[in-house]
Design a protein. Sequence first.
Length: 152
Amino acid sequence: MTPARETELVFRSTYLYILRMKFRALAAAAVVALIPISLVGCGSSAASGGNTSATIPANATVITATDGIAWDAKSYVATAVDGKVTITAKNDSTLPHNLHLIDADSVDVGLSLTITNRGDVETKSILLAPGTYQVICTIAGHGNMKATLTVK
């Protein structure tokens, strides 16, 4: 009975060894599968909207998001060149933000700038008629990010 028991134990220990190896392989595969997911937050800011190496055009009106969920000023003035206004959004905050312009009829004029990370900068030009526009961030909880843009 002893030899059978040794064979049985050897078989079980081999079986357990194989199971352990399968578990290690599965665990390693799971870790490898999770690495790309965990690196998503480490991607470059260009992929997420803003760009930290962008040069701000000289004629741009710069609107900066600051800590405390606010813009850096309550009002801005932009001068249209051939009807176009250049707006630059800059993120000096630890939170992600976006910038939208709303006209006097409460309609979004179609400008959307996304600045996800601190240091992100995004610039766009848009045709705007002279007048007053509201600058907002549409991210939930950022409702106090309101300012006025006057286009001349």
